[in-house]
Design a protein around this ligand. Structure first.
Ligand SMILES: Cc1cc2nc3c(=O)[nH]c(=O)nc-3n(C[C@H](O)[C@H](O)[C@H](O)COP(=O)(O)OP(=O)(O)OC[C@H]3O[C@@H](n4cnc5c(N)ncnc54)[C@H](O)[C@@H]3O)c2cc1C
Length: 376
């Protein structure tokens, strides 16, 4: 394991202060729907405002409109956003992983066409990996891309595609030949391409960000292909490292924890204080691990095993800390409560089980960790 303990530099702390000051004004409590981490509300205007601050696409190079900053600096901004339950849903996936994937694997034309819009907070990406018969076993992807008469012809169905309804682009994994792993290729598909149909799958908390995406003989030119034909599996694995190791894996409950920590329920109860201490100790450890992963990314590494390790532990932590808050709250929270905090608690209880599924289930992560560590 190569997670080296690290702390913030003076410049990084100055950035943290700037972000806090900006968000204190931009996100006044009660003026926006409180969100649960990366599943925050979709608000294109907020994403554009953040882009104008230079806080979207921060880790992309300046020549492509990015901030030329580090993964650690991005983490600092992200921590502040998630602590406030900010409406980050529109730009989240593009900022976290699609932009970097395009930077590393795209052609110069693709970088120039897509990265500046991502950094401005104007482009929104959804990830089309899972299919009805390919989830944990992603190599079973059946949606097919065939090169014929000078175009790629795409047919198939993607499922559980978060935010596909509001995304401008879909970054998808399709089968281009029979090879289990080397027969997969990634494509960037504008969502309004003829033949693409997006249908919402109602989520248990009443939100409609979850989708099924059908491709019916969708035609794409070769410049929609991301990376070499057959290179999709490796690109997808690197992308998953970005998706798994970040702070968004343990910060969904932050707005809930923040207010609970300051509540009378904790002030007046020793058992609640003990549980709060338990939560904070673990939270601090996961924060250190995510920070170390960000430093590894900055050194040019894609720490696949470390990211899986953080996700395995931190998503279980999120569920356990939610259970503690729920127990100390003492009554059943209502989704329709006038108190936004109570309504958020009710939503978290409903959607919490999905935290250990999205981005790879706990069982799959454990396999990645054990196989990866045995090889070292
Ligand atoms: C909130 C949410 C958002 C999501 N967003 C997206 C998205 O934007 N894009 C996208 O492509 N997908 C998305 N997904 C899908 C997600 O990646 C899959 O649900 C996940 O990979 C599991 O696949 P599955 O649902 O097909 O379950 P299955 O793969 O059928 O697994 C079912 C159960 O069997 C276990 N299992 C399966 N194989 C093994 C094995 N080899 N060893 C041990 N246990 C095993 C699993 O751990 C699980 O408990 C999202 C899912 C959720 C819940």
């Amino acid at each position: 394991m190569i997670l080296v303990p690290t702390t913030l530099t003076a410049e990084e702390r100055a950035l943290q202060a700037d972000v806090r000051a900006y968000l204190d004004e931009r996100l006044l409590p009660g003026t926006y729907p409180l969100g649960l981490g990366m599943a925050g509300d979709v608000d294109p205007a907020f994403s554009r405002d953040l882009g104008a601050q230079g806080w979207v696409g921060m880790a992309l190079p300046k020549e492509y409109g990015g901030g030329g900053r580090t993964a650690v600096e991005r983490q600092i901004v992200v921590e502040e956003l998630l602590t406030r339950g900010a409406p980050v849903g529109f730009h989240w996936t593009a900022d976290r992983q699609s932009g970097l994937n395009i930077l590393h694997n795209g052609t110069e034309e693709q970088r120039r066409a897509l990265l500046p819009g991502i950094a401005r907070g104007e482009l929104s990406f959804a990830i089309g990996m899972s299919e009805p018969d390919a989830g944990s076993d992603l190599a079973s992807v059946r949606s097919i891309a065939t090169w014929k008469d000078g175009a790629w012809h795409i047919s198939g169905t993607k499922i559980w595609t978060s935010n596909a309804m509001t995304a401008t682009h879909l970054l998808c994994l399709f089968r281009t030949s029979d090879g289990r792993h080397d027969g997969l290729t990634q494509f960037v598909v504008p969502r309004d391409t003829p033949g693409v149909t997006v249908a919402p799958i109602p989520f248990i908390d009443g939100t409609r960000h979850f989708c099924e995406v059908a491709f019916e003989d969708v035609r794409l030119t070769d410049d929609a292909r991301l990376g070499e034909v057959g290179a999709g599996w490796g690109q997808n694995t690197s992308e998953l490292a970005l998706e798994r190791g970040g702070v968004d894996r343990w910060m969904s409950t932050m707005p809930l924890l923040e207010r609970w920590a300051r509540s009378e329920g904790v002030r007046d109860s020793v058992p609640a204080q003990v549980d709060l201490g338990r939560i904070l100790a673990r939270l601090w450890a996961y924060r250190g691990m995510s920070l170390s992963i960000a430093r590894l990314v900055d050194s040019g590494t894609f720490p696949v095993v470390e990211a899986a390790l953080v996700k395995e532990m931190a998503t279980l932590f999120e569920q356990e800390s939610l259970a503690l808050v729920r127990r100390h709250y003492g009554r059943t929270p209502s989704l329709t409560s006038d108190d936004p905090w109570e309504a958020l608690l009710a939503r978290a209880i409903l959607v919490g089980p999905s935290w250990t599924l999205r981005g790879g289930t706990t069982e799959i992560l454990r396999t990645i960790i054990s196989k990866g560590l045995i090889k070292r």
